[in-house]
Write a protein that binds this ligand. Sequence first.
Ligand code: ZN
Length: 160
Amino acid sequence: MSISQDQVVSIRYTLKDDAGGVIDTSGDGAPLTYLHGHGNLIPGLERELAGKGVGDKVQVKIAPADGYGEHDAALVQRVPRRALKGVPNVRVGMRLHAQTEQGPRAVTVTQVTGDMVTLDGNHPLAGQNLNFEVEVTEVRSATAEELSHGHVHGPGGHDH
Ligand code: ZN
């Protein structure tokens, strides 16, 4: 069975940056399982996996436009520390939910200078090439319930 729309696909993967540093990996644990064709993976990776089957290996570099998007400077803002009341010990690398000019969104603290804090609303991997090594470990048809929810249920997926 090859990977196409509405199939449930399990993959083992390692994601590296351009310098070869590992950003994320499925490791030795359960593979990542997703419903193909429903926007659950970044577009560039879904496209590469289409037509592949169990045992196939894919090595691909995905540009930001097909990954987590370009880094958008408009999503970076500096706020006074007092604007983050209720958040003790603000430090670089923290992920927060903040009220921004674009509404509430997840932001990352990227700089703390004196009394000013820089918040970046971009995805942490925005603007980066994504170097994936992927092995397909299972392909099956989705259940009707999975299709109606738009995501996978059961082992390796989510239950509800
Ligand atoms: Zn569900």
